[in-house]
Design a protein around this ligand. Structure first.
Ligand SMILES: C[S@@+](CC[C@H](N)C(=O)[O-])C[C@H]1O[C@@H](n2cnc3c(N)ncnc32)[C@H](O)[C@@H]1O
Length: 160
């Protein structure tokens, strides 16, 4: 099976990356739906969730990355301490398999040289959510630091 993870700059945050160009999320979601019928996931932030869902088919699920340690900003209270992950498809799980939660709790990464680099625990959870198995094709559409792809290599070899 073929799966994709899209971790673009969140809407309104393109200035944080060298490309300085907003990603067209409507086109991105169309691409995910068309090219990855087996399953895909899209990271985003809560301010964009309403808009993004309006671009998604009805059968997506909303999962949560909860961040016990998150960046607190002055005058932002309550803090944004979780991020939605929109998920579609995935390998069907059998009754024998463990039940995966629709959330993961993991601290943000620090000093990785890339804003938004995803922590290992997040990546491993995401692979479970999608029911990914060794040998599946995995496309990391916005690789950034390469953390997610690195985890996928380790996860396939059970080296984590
Ligand atoms: C949130 S980061 C990805 C983080 C990655 N998942 C990780 O764990 O390191 C988004 C990435 O998309 C790149 N990017 C920013 N704007 C882009 C654009 N318009 N088109 C393609 N890539 C872009 C950024 O440079 C950055 O590498």
């Amino acid at each position: 099976m073929k799966f994709c993870y899209a971790d673009p700059p969140y809407i309104g945050c393109a200035h944080m990356y060298p490309e300085k160009t907003e990603v067209n999320h409507e086109e991105l979601i169309d691409h995910l739906v068309t090219e990855y019928p087996d399953g895909w996931a899209l990271s985003c932030h809560t301010p964009s969730l309403q808009y993004l869902l309006s671009c998604c088919p009805d059968d997506v699920r909303i999962m949560a990355w909860v961040k016990p340690f998150a960046a607190f900003k002055p005058n932002v209270n309550p803090a944004y301490a979780w991020e939605p992950v929109i998920v579609r498809g995935g390998r069907k799980r059998t009754r024998e398999q463990d039940t995966v939660r629709d959330w993961v709790s993991a601290n943000i990464t620090m000093q990785r040289g890339m804003i938004g680099a995803k922590p290992d625990a997040f990546c491993y959870w995401l692979f479970s959510v999608l029911g990914m198995e060794q040998g599946d094709e995995f496309v990391d559409l916005f690789p950034g630091s390469g953390a997610v792809t690195d985890c996928w290599e380790r996860w396939q070899r059970r080296l984590f």
